[in-house]
Design a protein around this ligand. Sequence first.
Ligand code: NAD
Ligand code: TYD
Length: 342
Amino acid sequence: MQNIFVTGGAGFIGCNYVRLLLEKHPNYRVIVFDKLTYAGRLENLQDVAAVYADRYTFVQGDICDAQMVEATIQQHDVDTIVNFAAETHVDRSILEPDAFVKTDVFGTYTLLEAARKLGNLRYHQISTDEVYGHIEGDQRSEEGDKLHPRSPYSASKASADHFVHAYHITYGLPITISRGANNIGPYQYPEKVVPLFVTNALNDQRLPVYGDGKQMRDYQYVVDHCEGIDLILHKGEIGEVYNVGTGQEMTNLEMVEILLDELGKPRSLIQHVEDRQGHDRRYCMDVRKIMALGWEPSHTPEEAIRATVRWYVDNRWWWEPIRSGEFRQYYERVYGNRKVLA
Ligand code: NAD
Ligand code: TYD
């Protein structure tokens, strides 16, 4: 393993992973392949480009473009693909599912075909706990469970997982899949709940909590997730799926209270609004399989929330330009006419 093709490396988790990969493996070369959608940003990697100029290459391209994917893989003698590239926001998938099917399903298929044709390359797929769907009571999703996706986003990610598995069974492609819980931390586009709420609160804007706010999530620190991905890439069993999360859950309201306390902002900023269509009430995964590989998270969800809040407080240069761009039209579309609950 030496020349790693990281798709979606200019996005939130991808850029954190690229940093970790280059720091941890001094003999690796990293080729980031990214379309630079609204969520992909070169400034996420500007320090990487400066520090690791000799081992890091950026290529702007679409994972649905087979010709370009194959040419780039050949040109850089790639032996390993890690696929982060995706459309990732549930609310956008409700408004416009089209791009989700294209990138998350067809794009994954395109990468799998390239991996198969160009010498059965090592392939790792970044997936999500959302493919399991809403989890009842105190149950936890295990890797072998049936998938029950319920949003256009999770349906496209689940479909990708099935393709990855099928390429392993049918063609013997050496694959692994990781299913991550909700990530938070540096460089997350402020459409996702934690950075949205921190940046709203810093601007003294209300925090739109969907429905009763009692939905449960496992908020994990992005760097912990990246450590898990790296372990699976190197030590995971080929053909296997691994859940990656803290295994600890909290309600969205609990998350908001920690966030506001860390900022020193009042609870009166909370505003309950009309719920998301088809909203999954609870995700919760069993993470014993990756822990048996020797991984454990370094942050509890509460520590992850507090560290994330501090990063946004310290890095206005990063998010202020985003919030004044395309984001404004998006915000108006999702929240402009949303009913406020009593
Ligand atoms: P993100 O939206 O921040 O970044 C996605 C990146 O993919 C961007 O850089 C974008 O430009 C790129 N991209 C989109 N379409 C592309 C295409 N057609 N070709 C090439 N590049 C393209 O997403 P993220 O939160 O960093 O998520 C990364 C991966 O992790 C996704 O596969 C997502 O499903 C998965 N995941 C995310 C979370 C989370 O909480 N954010 C949790 C579990 C799994
Ligand atoms: P999100 O960050 O979109 O991640 P996901 O839906 O993929 O888990 O949302 C996390 C939780 O926060 C989810 O239960 C929906 C909720 N949420 C709100 O209450 N208000 C918001 O404005 C957003 C974006 C999310």
